[in-house]
Design a protein around this ligand. Structure first.
Ligand code: RP5
Length: 176
């Protein structure tokens, strides 16, 4: 079965792929069709503009854009399209918080949904939430995901109450 491609997962460099692949994996879990591209705001500015301007006509509904350093890709992509754009600021150990600050400092008029640093999974989940507005089956899968996640926390608390925190911690450390 050929899936419709609804999400564009783009990043400024293949060095971002280890983080951005988490968005792809999450979209796979929900069965959402996506494409993955390396497009640089600085090194391929024309390609970035062309991609963003064509995205809506090509059928994309959401773009998830990851970049590190000065991280212009998410914001400039948002400037070239009226699709929702989700930013994933890429943070490395030798980086400061410049990508995050760059992404949250958008001027009024050009919205950009900025995730936590390296928050590619949340970026994909937000894309799923947006797509769920027009897809009941996807909405149901997403609700299941949220319910299971809540149940896991409830189960943890029940075990914590039964075992007491010291035994719980010992058991947890033995498992890891
Ligand atoms: C940004 O510069 C990219 O998004 C990447 O996070 C960073 C470094 O790129 P490379 O030098 O690893 O290609 O534009």
């Amino acid at each position: 079965m050929i899936k419709n491609i609804y999400v564009g997962v783009i990043m400024g460099s293949d060095s971002d792929l280890d983080i951005m692949s988490q968005a792809a994996k999450t979209l796979d879990e929900f069965g959402v069709g996506y494409e993955v591209h390396v497009i640089s705001a600085h090194r391929t500015p024309d390609a970035m503009g062309e991609y963003a301007m064509a995205a809506k006509d090509r059928g994309l509904k959401v773009i998830i854009a990851g970049a590190g350093g000065s991280a212009h890709l998410p914001g400039m992509t948002a400037s070239h399209t009226t699709l929702p754009v989700i930013a994933v600021p890429i943070k490395r150990e030798n980086h400061g918080h410049e990508a995050f600050w760059s992404n949250i400092k958008m001027p009024p008029g050009i919205p950009l949904a900025t995730m936590p640093e390296n928050g590619a999974k949340n970026g994909a989940l937000l894309a799923v939430e947006i797509l769920s507005l027009m897809d009941e089956e996807l909405a149901s899968k997403y609700n299941d995901f949220r319910s299971k996640q809540s149940q896991a926390v409830t189960d943890v608390d029940a075990a914590l109450q039964t075992q007491g925190w010291e035994s719980y911690l010992e058991n947890k450390e033995e498992k890891t």
